[in-house]
Design a protein around this ligand. Structure first.
Ligand SMILES: [Mg+2]
Length: 87
């Protein structure tokens, strides 16, 4: 629950903002510091969860990246936002 709350705090900085304006916001020194703090909170809670549950984060990331590569082959997915079953 804390992880979701921290993710929401990060997203608040970009709510209703275009991708272009989001990049500008992320580059503003004062905002960037707050954004970095929220991102750190998310990573801290995620790593704490991994420690408590005994999940090997590096192995889980490698496994998921391989699954994503199989689901979203570059030749089909590049430049598209559709879900894997709609490519
Ligand atoms: Mg926070």
């Amino acid at each position: 629950m804390a992880l979701a709350a921290e993710a929401a705090e990060l997203m608040e900085h970009f709510l209703w903002v275009s991708p272009e304006a989001s990049a500008v916001i992320a580059g503003q020194t004062a905002k960037r510091h707050k954004i970095e703090e929220e991102l750190a909170d998310i990573v801290i809670y995620a790593l704490e969860f991994a420690n408590i549950t005994g999940i090997d984060v590096a192995a889980a990331v490698e496994k998921k990246m391989a699954a994503n590569a199989a689901k979203y082959p570059v030749e089909k997915a590049r430049g598209r936002a559709e879900k894997y079953d709609e490519l």
